[in-house]
Write a protein that binds this ligand. Sequence first.
Ligand SMILES: [Zn+2]
Ligand SMILES: [Zn+2]
Length: 280
Amino acid sequence: MRRVTPIKLSLLENAESFVAESISKAIAAEQDPRQWKFAILAAVQAIELILKEILRREHWTLVFQNIDKPKLTVSLDQAMERLRNIARVEFSKSDAATLASAVSLRNQVVHAEVSFEPNQVKAIVARLIQFAAHLFSTFLQKQLHEALDAHLWLNATQLGALADELRATARARILQESVDAKYLMDCWQCYGEGVFVASHESYMATCYVCGNTDVTEWCVVCGHAVPSVEAISVFDDDADVWACNGCGTDADKMNRFYMAREEKWLAKHLTRPAERACGE
Ligand SMILES: [Zn+2]
Ligand SMILES: [Zn+2]
């Protein structure tokens, strides 16, 4: 008898394969718009599996509808609800709205006649892929691109209509969040311009296109955020002072900066004894 090797995928691997499938279908949809239908199905499925994986990491029983009878697994809505209540995961209004329209589109695709605007579906798929990238880097301690074929990821984030859509939705989100220009950097992972967003609260920045995360420094000269990989050390003896590429490579600017700093130092140290003398 021939032995059949069973295919076994972990929850995470299963989620990753659905993200890959969704991206492949979205790329194929450029030639054949009917493929959007499959791109959306796979994207919704991927998000559902990612949310379950986050729940599973909290506790394995949370993946099940009824934790006393671990048989049927949770729906996407239930998964979101549990993550909100138990793992304190915050879903932004726009993420929740995207998920709701995605689920309703999926239900149409699976259960009834379907008519859709390719542009509308394109935007939803792009947002779901971005959401997946965000969930990966925030909750699964992994970058989405690490789970995908390099060529596929390059296609998704740098070439063609899907890449345009990913960048457009990232820019819209940045606009919506009124992010100050000094927080915006270029992403060295997907080469998206001005989509790598530094945070007010932490030293981490996140790319709104590909989910790349990295430590950020702040340029001491112009105050702009700078990715740590590109930051230029200003003083050899003080490793915590950085300049951005624009300032750090501009000799005139740096000379003015050193002079201003010198003047400040002199003003502070030379006036003190005089002030003391006056007070005596
Ligand atoms: Zn990026
Ligand atoms: Zn600068």
